[in-house]
Design a protein around this ligand. Structure first.
Ligand SMILES: [Zn+2]
Ligand SMILES: [Zn+2]
Length: 378
């Protein structure tokens, strides 16, 4: 038997705090500990914490229960209310407003209030990973994909029942959809296995969906990919996830962008990185070279005399369009000095001559090239 913590302490509020302060404290803790919002390995722990704070809130937000608790402590509550009674009158919906916390209260505490929602529950969201080219990401594109998902049955409109057939109350759970059992302080509810939690059974199941109210099928979905998308960006397509229960609203489809690798360009944020080979006379004497850009055109770039290998030049606004604001990133061009692999005898002669009259064949680089260049350099 563990000693129960003080409700005010659990919520981190003073004994004289107002109901608004209690609500505020509970809300921020609840959003922090909701099991759907934490890493999988922390689910159990935060589920327990969530129950603890919710119980504290249920008591302290109810004037009668709070008075009772102030006077008699936990004994004043535990001796008087069942765990279901503690939660029953608490007003959780006004705490969270538009934040959807899922069926957690129904699941944990067996409150009656969420039953209807659970019956017509929303379908599950789906994810689809879509690889696109860097050019498609730059231009934006239209895509069509096929997904295999459940859709609401068009014959029974999701009810699962044949036309003119009735649904009747499930005899096992008496229409509640759940059967209860107790564990310690809390009573838990388990989904009824006879009706699958629906609370009803169908006399004459729909011939098309066999009473499931939904069927699996392949759908073709078209959508736009906006210019500037990057790997990991997700595009939400409303209502294209799995069908809901009993005709409930469908979940959403999230298309997650993946970028195919490009032979010439690497990308980091809105910037593009490339490298070009430049002959030794050009870097030594200076000149003009042509540099590839993502749209396939070449732009001219000036190379100043005495440019060292590894030097990076910036082409303003030749990068990717920004998804969030106007404008584009830059293109960064790294100079690689091209060493000829074959020389004619005349070229060899000239290079020998050059070497002969140059005294500084080897010198140390004074310029720090490391850490300047793109970190994903391949
Ligand atoms: Zn059907
Ligand atoms: Zn049942």
């Amino acid at each position: 038997m563990t000693i129960k913590k003080d409700y005010y302490e659990i919520l981190g509020v003073g004994r004289d705090s107002s109901s608004a302060e209690i609500k505020k404290a509970y809300r921020s803790l609840a959003l922090q500990y909701h099991p759907d919002r934490v890493a999988p390995e922390k689910k159990k722990e935060s589920g327990e914490k969530f129950k603890e704070i919710s119980e504290a809130y249920a008591v302290l937000s109810d004037t009668n229960k709070r008075n009772q608790y102030n006077q008699f402590g936990h004994a004043g509550i535990d001796g008087r209310y069942s765990s279901e009674d503690i939660f029953r009158s608490a007003d959780f919906s006004s705490v969270f407003g538009d934040v959807d916390l899922g069926g957690i209260f129904g699941d944990f505490f067996g409150m009656g209030g969420t039953k209807k929602q659970r019956r017509y529950s929303r379908g599950v969201d789906l994810e689809y990973v879509l690889p696109i080219t860097l050019e498609e990401a730059e231009q934006g594109c239209e895509k069509k994909i096929n997904i295999y998902h459940t859709v609401t049955c068009s014959v029974c409109k999701g009810s699962g029942a044949e036309a003119n057939s009735r649904r009747k109350k499930c005899p096992q759970c008496a229409g509640k959809g759940q059967v209860g059992y107790n564990r310690g302080f809390f009573s838990f509810l388990q989904t009824c296995d006879r009706c699958g939690g629906k609370g009803e059974i169908i006399e004459n199941p729909c011939h098309r969906c066999k009473g499931r109210g939904k069927i699996k099928e392949s759908s073709s979905i078209s959508f736009k990919v906006p210019p500037g998308v990057d790997k990991g960006i997700s595009i939400r397509i409303k209502g294209k996830g799995e069908a809901g229960e009993l005709g409930g609203v469908s979940g959403d489809l999230y298309v997650i962008i993946d970028l195919k690798s490009h032979p010439l360009f690497a990308r980091e944020g809105d910037d593009l990185y490339t490298q070009v080979f430049v002959s030794f006379p050009v870097v030594a004497l200076g000149g003009e070279i042509e540099v590839p850009t993502l749209d396939g055109s070449k732009v001219k770039m000036k190379i100043p005399p005495a440019t060292i290998g590894g030097k990076v030049f910036r082409l303003r606004e030749k990068g990717m369009p920004s998804l969030r604001h106007r404008g584009r990133g830059n293109e960064y061009v790294k100079i690689i000095i091209k060493v000829p692999d074959k020389l004619t005898s005349r070229q060899r002669e000239l290079l020998n001559e050059y070497a002969r009259i140059s005294s500084d064949n080897i010198s140390e680089s004074k310029e720090n090239l490391f850490g300047k260049w793109f970190k994903k350099d391949k």
